[in-house]
Ligand binder design. Sequence first.
Ligand code: CDT
Length: 298
Amino acid sequence: MIAVAQMGPISLNQTRQEVVERLIGLLREAARQDCELVLFPECCLTPFFPHWFIEDQREIDQYFEREMPSPVTKPLFEEARKLKIGFCLGFAEIVENRGETRRYNSSLLVERDGQIVGKHRKIHLPGHVEHRPQNPFQNLEKRYFDVGNLGFQVWNAFGGVVGMCICNDRRWAETYRVLGLQGVELVLLGYNTPMQIPEYPDLNPLVGFHNQLSMQAGAYQNGTWVLGAAKAGIEEGVEQLGESCIIAPSGEIRAVAKTNGDELIVHHCDLDETIPYKGLLNLEVNRQVKYYQLITQE
Ligand code: CDT
Protein backbone atom coordinates (compact mmCIF):
# COMPACT_ATOMS: atom_id res chain seq x y z
CA MET A 1 0.00 0.00 0.00
CA ILE A 2 1.19 3.50 -0.82
CA ALA A 3 -0.14 6.77 0.60
CA VAL A 4 -0.17 10.18 -1.03
CA ALA A 5 -0.19 12.77 1.76
CA GLN A 6 -1.77 15.92 0.43
CA MET A 7 -1.19 18.98 2.61
CA GLY A 8 -3.32 22.03 3.12
CA PRO A 9 -1.66 25.43 3.22
CA ILE A 10 1.29 26.24 5.47
CA SER A 11 1.02 29.71 6.94
CA LEU A 12 3.95 32.08 7.30
CA ASN A 13 3.64 32.03 11.07
CA GLN A 14 3.74 28.24 11.33
CA THR A 15 7.12 26.96 12.58
CA ARG A 16 9.10 24.18 10.86
CA GLN A 17 8.58 22.13 13.99
CA GLU A 18 4.79 22.48 13.71
CA VAL A 19 4.93 21.47 10.05
CA VAL A 20 7.04 18.42 10.89
CA GLU A 21 4.40 17.46 13.49
CA ARG A 22 1.76 17.63 10.72
CA LEU A 23 3.92 15.38 8.52
CA ILE A 24 4.36 12.91 11.39
CA GLY A 25 0.57 12.85 11.89
CA LEU A 26 0.08 11.93 8.23
CA LEU A 27 2.84 9.33 8.47
CA ARG A 28 1.20 7.68 11.48
CA GLU A 29 -2.16 7.58 9.71
CA ALA A 30 -0.46 5.91 6.71
CA ALA A 31 1.15 3.35 9.03
CA ARG A 32 -2.29 2.60 10.55
CA GLN A 33 -3.47 1.87 7.00
CA ASP A 34 -0.55 -0.55 6.42
CA CYS A 35 1.30 1.65 3.94
CA GLU A 36 4.98 1.11 3.23
CA LEU A 37 5.58 4.47 1.53
CA VAL A 38 4.20 8.01 1.93
CA LEU A 39 4.55 10.75 -0.68
CA PHE A 40 4.65 14.34 0.61
CA PRO A 41 4.37 17.51 -1.56
CA GLU A 42 6.99 19.81 -3.12
CA CYS A 43 8.76 22.18 -0.66
CA CYS A 44 6.50 20.89 2.09
CA LEU A 45 8.32 22.31 5.13
CA THR A 46 7.43 25.97 4.45
CA PRO A 47 4.93 28.08 2.52
CA PHE A 48 5.79 28.15 -1.20
CA PHE A 49 8.02 31.24 -1.01
CA PRO A 50 8.57 31.70 -4.82
CA HIS A 51 5.10 33.26 -4.72
CA TRP A 52 6.61 36.37 -3.09
CA PHE A 53 9.29 38.83 -4.16
CA ILE A 54 11.87 38.87 -1.38
CA GLU A 55 14.93 41.08 -1.80
CA ASP A 56 16.98 40.09 1.22
CA GLN A 57 18.92 36.90 0.36
CA ARG A 58 19.27 36.06 4.07
CA GLU A 59 15.49 36.06 4.36
CA ILE A 60 15.16 33.83 1.26
CA ASP A 61 17.74 31.42 2.64
CA GLN A 62 15.64 30.85 5.74
CA TYR A 63 13.29 28.77 3.60
CA PHE A 64 16.14 26.38 2.69
CA GLU A 65 17.55 23.32 4.47
CA ARG A 66 21.32 23.05 4.91
CA GLU A 67 21.26 19.38 5.95
CA MET A 68 18.81 16.52 5.86
CA PRO A 69 17.89 15.29 8.34
CA SER A 70 18.36 18.48 10.30
CA PRO A 71 17.66 18.78 14.02
CA VAL A 72 14.11 19.93 13.22
CA THR A 73 13.33 17.24 10.60
CA LYS A 74 15.03 14.39 12.50
CA PRO A 75 11.85 13.42 14.41
CA LEU A 76 10.16 12.65 11.05
CA PHE A 77 13.02 10.39 9.98
CA GLU A 78 13.05 8.68 13.38
CA GLU A 79 9.30 8.12 13.49
CA ALA A 80 9.34 6.70 9.96
CA ARG A 81 12.15 4.29 10.84
CA LYS A 82 10.29 3.24 13.98
CA LEU A 83 7.11 2.60 11.96
CA LYS A 84 9.13 0.92 9.16
CA ILE A 85 7.57 3.22 6.60
CA GLY A 86 9.44 4.99 3.80
CA PHE A 87 8.74 8.45 2.43
CA CYS A 88 9.42 10.95 -0.33
CA LEU A 89 9.79 14.52 0.89
CA GLY A 90 10.07 17.79 -1.06
CA PHE A 91 12.21 20.59 0.39
CA ALA A 92 14.33 23.58 -0.63
CA GLU A 93 18.01 22.66 -0.47
CA ILE A 94 21.02 24.96 -0.13
CA VAL A 95 24.46 23.55 -0.89
CA GLU A 96 27.84 25.20 -0.24
CA ASN A 97 30.66 23.70 -2.27
CA ARG A 98 34.16 25.19 -2.60
CA GLY A 99 32.92 28.69 -1.88
CA GLU A 100 29.97 28.43 -4.29
CA THR A 101 26.34 28.40 -3.17
CA ARG A 102 23.65 26.52 -5.05
CA ARG A 103 19.96 26.38 -4.24
CA TYR A 104 17.75 23.55 -5.45
CA ASN A 105 14.11 22.54 -5.30
CA SER A 106 14.72 18.96 -4.17
CA SER A 107 13.11 15.74 -3.01
CA LEU A 108 14.47 12.79 -1.06
CA LEU A 109 13.50 9.13 -1.16
CA VAL A 110 13.89 7.38 2.19
CA GLU A 111 13.57 3.60 2.57
CA ARG A 112 11.72 1.80 5.35
CA ASP A 113 14.97 1.30 7.29
CA GLY A 114 15.57 5.06 7.37
CA GLN A 115 18.29 5.07 4.69
CA ILE A 116 18.23 7.88 2.13
CA VAL A 117 18.26 6.06 -1.20
CA GLY A 118 17.69 8.83 -3.72
CA LYS A 119 17.59 12.55 -4.37
CA HIS A 120 16.05 14.55 -7.21
CA ARG A 121 16.69 18.23 -7.92
CA LYS A 122 13.95 19.84 -9.99
CA ILE A 123 15.01 20.33 -13.60
CA HIS A 124 12.16 22.36 -15.13
CA LEU A 125 11.86 25.64 -13.20
CA PRO A 126 8.71 27.57 -14.18
CA GLY A 127 7.98 31.25 -13.86
CA HIS A 128 10.22 34.28 -14.20
CA VAL A 129 13.36 35.93 -12.79
CA GLU A 130 12.13 39.50 -12.52
CA HIS A 131 9.60 40.95 -10.08
CA ARG A 132 6.16 41.34 -11.70
CA PRO A 133 4.41 43.73 -9.30
CA GLN A 134 1.33 43.87 -11.54
CA ASN A 135 0.63 40.16 -10.86
CA PRO A 136 -1.43 39.07 -7.84
CA PHE A 137 1.42 36.75 -6.84
CA GLN A 138 4.86 35.86 -8.17
CA ASN A 139 6.29 32.68 -9.64
CA LEU A 140 9.99 33.28 -8.93
CA GLU A 141 11.44 29.78 -9.09
CA LYS A 142 13.82 30.87 -11.86
CA ARG A 143 15.12 33.57 -9.48
CA TYR A 144 15.44 31.54 -6.29
CA PHE A 145 16.53 28.11 -7.56
CA ASP A 146 19.26 26.67 -9.77
CA VAL A 147 18.36 24.06 -12.39
CA GLY A 148 18.81 20.61 -10.85
CA ASN A 149 22.08 18.84 -11.68
CA LEU A 150 21.20 15.21 -10.97
CA GLY A 151 19.21 14.37 -14.10
CA PHE A 152 16.28 11.96 -13.91
CA GLN A 153 17.42 8.91 -11.99
CA VAL A 154 15.72 5.73 -10.79
CA TRP A 155 16.43 3.65 -7.72
CA ASN A 156 15.78 0.03 -6.76
CA ALA A 157 13.59 0.58 -3.73
CA PHE A 158 10.29 -0.59 -2.24
CA GLY A 159 10.55 -3.79 -4.28
CA GLY A 160 10.53 -1.96 -7.61
CA VAL A 161 12.10 0.74 -9.76
CA VAL A 162 11.29 4.19 -8.37
CA GLY A 163 11.83 7.61 -9.96
CA MET A 164 11.12 11.14 -8.79
CA CYS A 165 10.35 14.46 -10.42
CA ILE A 166 8.95 17.70 -9.03
CA CYS A 167 5.90 19.76 -10.01
CA ASN A 168 6.63 21.47 -13.35
CA ASP A 169 8.79 18.45 -14.35
CA ARG A 170 5.49 16.55 -14.65
CA ARG A 171 4.36 18.65 -17.62
CA TRP A 172 7.25 17.45 -19.81
CA ALA A 173 7.02 14.21 -21.81
CA GLU A 174 10.83 13.96 -21.65
CA THR A 175 10.75 13.58 -17.86
CA TYR A 176 8.70 10.41 -17.97
CA ARG A 177 10.47 9.03 -21.05
CA VAL A 178 13.95 9.36 -19.50
CA LEU A 179 12.60 7.59 -16.41
CA GLY A 180 10.72 5.08 -18.59
CA LEU A 181 13.90 4.18 -20.46
CA GLN A 182 15.38 3.17 -17.10
CA GLY A 183 12.40 0.88 -16.41
CA VAL A 184 10.61 3.09 -13.92
CA GLU A 185 7.55 1.51 -12.29
CA LEU A 186 6.62 4.21 -9.79
CA VAL A 187 7.04 7.97 -10.34
CA LEU A 188 6.70 10.10 -7.22
CA LEU A 189 6.10 13.84 -7.49
CA GLY A 190 4.84 16.73 -5.41
CA TYR A 191 3.39 20.02 -6.59
CA ASN A 192 2.40 23.58 -5.67
CA THR A 193 0.13 24.64 -8.52
CA PRO A 194 -1.71 27.97 -8.40
CA MET A 195 -5.32 28.01 -9.63
CA GLN A 196 -4.54 31.18 -11.57
CA ILE A 197 -2.05 31.76 -14.36
CA PRO A 198 -1.62 35.56 -14.27
CA GLU A 199 -0.12 35.78 -17.77
CA TYR A 200 -2.80 33.58 -19.39
CA PRO A 201 -6.02 33.86 -17.34
CA ASP A 202 -8.06 32.13 -20.08
CA LEU A 203 -6.28 28.91 -19.05
CA ASN A 204 -7.38 29.13 -15.40
CA PRO A 205 -10.40 26.80 -15.83
CA LEU A 206 -8.07 24.13 -17.24
CA VAL A 207 -5.56 24.00 -14.35
CA GLY A 208 -7.01 20.78 -12.88
CA PHE A 209 -7.44 19.18 -16.30
CA HIS A 210 -3.83 19.88 -17.33
CA ASN A 211 -2.54 18.50 -14.03
CA GLN A 212 -4.26 15.17 -14.63
CA LEU A 213 -3.61 15.13 -18.37
CA SER A 214 0.17 15.41 -17.89
CA MET A 215 0.38 12.67 -15.28
CA GLN A 216 -2.07 10.30 -17.00
CA ALA A 217 -0.22 10.62 -20.33
CA GLY A 218 3.16 10.11 -18.63
CA ALA A 219 1.87 6.99 -16.89
CA TYR A 220 0.31 5.35 -19.95
CA GLN A 221 3.09 6.27 -22.40
CA ASN A 222 5.70 4.68 -20.16
CA GLY A 223 3.72 1.94 -18.42
CA THR A 224 4.28 3.28 -14.91
CA TRP A 225 2.39 4.28 -11.80
CA VAL A 226 2.44 8.07 -11.28
CA LEU A 227 1.59 9.55 -7.89
CA GLY A 228 1.10 13.29 -7.32
CA ALA A 229 0.89 15.04 -3.93
CA ALA A 230 -0.41 18.60 -3.78
CA LYS A 231 0.09 21.40 -1.33
CA ALA A 232 -3.45 22.67 -1.69
CA GLY A 233 -5.81 25.38 -0.55
CA ILE A 234 -5.35 29.10 -0.02
CA GLU A 235 -1.79 29.66 1.18
CA GLU A 236 -1.09 33.26 2.22
CA GLY A 237 -3.61 34.49 -0.36
CA VAL A 238 -2.57 32.18 -3.24
CA GLU A 239 -5.13 29.52 -4.13
CA GLN A 240 -3.52 26.19 -5.01
CA LEU A 241 -4.86 23.06 -6.68
CA GLY A 242 -5.57 19.92 -4.64
CA GLU A 243 -6.62 16.78 -6.52
CA SER A 244 -3.63 14.75 -5.36
CA CYS A 245 -3.91 11.47 -7.17
CA ILE A 246 -2.74 7.95 -7.85
CA ILE A 247 -2.60 6.98 -11.53
CA ALA A 248 -2.19 3.43 -12.78
CA PRO A 249 0.03 2.37 -15.72
CA SER A 250 -3.18 2.22 -17.79
CA GLY A 251 -3.49 5.99 -17.32
CA GLU A 252 -6.59 5.54 -15.15
CA ILE A 253 -6.98 7.57 -11.98
CA ARG A 254 -7.33 5.10 -9.10
CA ALA A 255 -7.60 7.57 -6.21
CA VAL A 256 -8.02 11.32 -5.91
CA ALA A 257 -8.13 13.70 -2.94
CA LYS A 258 -11.53 15.18 -2.13
CA THR A 259 -10.48 18.14 0.02
CA ASN A 260 -8.00 21.02 -0.14
CA GLY A 261 -6.50 20.19 3.24
CA ASP A 262 -4.27 17.60 4.87
CA GLU A 263 -5.64 14.34 3.45
CA LEU A 264 -4.29 10.89 2.86
CA ILE A 265 -5.21 8.86 -0.21
CA VAL A 266 -4.17 5.23 -0.19
CA HIS A 267 -3.99 2.56 -2.86
CA HIS A 268 -2.47 -0.85 -3.44
CA CYS A 269 -0.14 -0.05 -6.35
CA ASP A 270 0.65 -3.48 -7.80
CA LEU A 271 3.88 -3.00 -9.76
CA ASP A 272 3.00 -6.05 -11.90
CA GLU A 273 0.28 -3.88 -13.48
CA THR A 274 3.13 -2.21 -15.40
CA ILE A 275 3.95 -5.45 -17.24
CA PRO A 276 1.34 -5.45 -20.05
CA TYR A 277 1.87 -1.75 -20.78
CA LYS A 278 5.65 -2.04 -20.85
CA GLY A 279 5.19 -5.13 -23.03
CA LEU A 280 2.92 -3.36 -25.51
CA LEU A 281 5.21 -0.35 -25.77
CA ASN A 282 8.42 -2.40 -25.87
CA LEU A 283 10.55 0.74 -25.87
CA GLU A 284 13.71 -1.18 -26.74
CA VAL A 285 12.26 -2.50 -29.98
CA ASN A 286 9.79 0.12 -31.13
CA ARG A 287 11.42 3.50 -30.60
CA GLN A 288 12.68 5.14 -33.79
CA VAL A 289 15.36 7.37 -32.31
CA LYS A 290 16.77 8.55 -35.61
CA TYR A 291 13.57 10.57 -36.00
CA TYR A 292 13.80 12.07 -32.53
CA GLN A 293 17.01 14.08 -32.92
CA LEU A 294 15.33 17.49 -32.64
CA ILE A 295 14.45 16.65 -29.05
CA THR A 296 18.05 16.71 -27.87
CA GLN A 297 19.29 19.68 -29.92
CA GLU A 298 19.77 22.96 -28.01
N1 CDT B 1 5.79 24.65 -8.46
C1 CDT B 1 5.56 24.60 -9.79
O1 CDT B 1 6.37 24.10 -10.55
N2 CDT B 1 4.39 25.17 -10.23
C2 CDT B 1 4.08 25.25 -11.61
C3 CDT B 1 3.22 26.42 -11.90
C4 CDT B 1 3.16 26.66 -13.35
S1 CDT B 1 1.85 27.63 -13.79
C5 CDT B 1 1.26 26.80 -15.19
C6 CDT B 1 3.40 24.00 -12.13
O2 CDT B 1 3.83 23.48 -13.17
O3 CDT B 1 2.40 23.55 -11.55
